[in-house]
Design a protein around this ligand. Structure first.
Ligand code: SF4
Ligand code: SF4
Length: 114
């Protein structure tokens, strides 16, 4: 099992998660686009399931694999791509942004029926 970044992260890569990961297993696509959306990805091979990142994500975008909502099921193989297609990814950088408000988080989750 590993933790998974879901589409809730898309275009909101504030990277609070990256700075707490003890094994640096967050990756970003070198060329974000249709194939690899502009979000972060957790390497399932490197993640040690410490769970430290999950509460740090202001967008509530990180889930343990077994708890990933059905609407984000395709994000599980998408995260795996940073292991199977490593040339397409690079280590995520820490870039700090203002965290979203509770209303913004709720609004985004509602778009996915959460
Ligand atoms: S903290 Fe959450 S929203 Fe921000 S980059 Fe990490 S997973 Fe994505
Ligand atoms: S669960 Fe731990 S090891 Fe896995 S991505 Fe999160 S902080 Fe990193």
């Amino acid at each position: 099992m590993a933790f998974v970044v879901t589409e809730l992260c898309k275009d909101c890569v504030d990277t609070a998660c990256v700075s707490v990961c003890p094994v640096d297993c967050f990756y970003q696509p070198k060329e974000p686009g249709e194939k690899y959306p502009n979000m972060l990805y957790i390497s399932p091979e490197e993640c040690i399931d410490c769970a430290v990142c999950e509460p740090e994500c202001p967008w509530e975008a990180i889930y343990p694999e077994e708890d990933v909502p059905e609407v984000f099921a395709s994000d599980i193989p998408l995260n795996e791509a940073c292991d199977t297609d490593r040339d397409g990814f690079e280590l995520a950088e820490v870039i700090e942004h203002e965290p979203p408000s509770a209303e913004e988080v709720a609004e985004k989750k509602a778009k996915y029926g959460l």
